[in-house]
Design a protein around this ligand. Structure first.
Ligand code: DC
Length: 227
């Protein structure tokens, strides 16, 4: 069977990865979380003094470091974990310190080049469900199915807030909402591969959908394409 690419792009914290995981499990496809890759590079930059506390990025140092950054994924207790140079950083990459800076790092062209190349390579021999911002527009412009997932900002902030609370983190709702809004703006307005809906992507606004409804919506569309 031909390898199928399902692209899931959209705004921050709108449940893309939940849907991507459900779809990957249902169809037996590989799930690839590209946001985790940009987060891992951001974490590396934070840990190695490449991004300062006032958010200045030493681009020369980052360019030099790109060859030293190795990202991989591993299954732990049936969950996907991100490895940065062999270390499990799944928890750290989701923290607000990383979320606040990841848009700036992901706006850098040489960072995107390296990660897009990696995304294509790891998908070479499999059918994949890939979630990100530029999957349907840049990484796989010929993807068989493309979704553009969104939800209103309050709903998204609320979901992220609950998720972090459940993980035992001390979080402030307003701060999270601001981070979601700022990230949308930075992701959509950057020069290189901005977040935008591919012309042939299907919009999935899940503000008032349950996870199950969202899954059914996507599954119906994919089933038709796979027939
Ligand atoms: O999906 P996420 O929130 O974990 O992604 C983190 C950041 O990475 C997001 O703010 C934008 C960036 N990103 C990107 O620029 N391109 C992608 N394909 C995936 C994520």
């Amino acid at each position: 069977m031909k390898n199928i690419k399902i692209a899931l792009d959209g705004h921050s914290s709108c449940g893309k990865s939940t849907l991507a995981k459900q779809l990957a499990a249902h169809y037996g496809f590989l799930f690839i979380d590209t946001g985790a890759m940009y987060r891992a590079v951001t974490l590396y930059a934070l840990k190695n003094g490449i991004v300062s506390f006032d958010d200045k990025i030493d681009e020369d140092k980052l360019r030099e470091s790109m060859g030293k950054i190795e990202i991989a994924f591993k299954r732990v207790d049936n969950q996907n974990h991100t490895l940065l140079n062999g270390e499990d950083v799944e928890k750290e990459i989701r923290q607000l310190e990383v979320s606040k800076r990841v848009s700036k790092i992901s706006a850098i062209a040489f960072v995107r080049e390296k990660l897009v190349d990696f995304q294509r390579r790891i998908s070479e021999n499999s059918s994949v469900v890939m979630d990100g911002r530029d999957i349907g527009t840049v990484v796989f412009p010929n993807a068989e199915v493309k979704f553009f997932v969104t939800a209103n900002a309050d709903v998204r902030a609320e979901r992220r807030y609950k998720e972090l609370l459940e993980k035992g983190e001390k979080v402030d709702f307003e701060q999270i909402k601001q981070s979601v809004i700022t990230r949308d703006k930075l992701d959509s307005e950057r020069e290189v591969s901005p977040l935008r809906k591919a012309d042939d992507a299907i919009v999935l606004d899940n503000s008032f959908m349950t996870r199950e409804e969202q899954f059914e919506f996507a599954k119906n569309i994919i089933d038709k394409v796979l027939k």
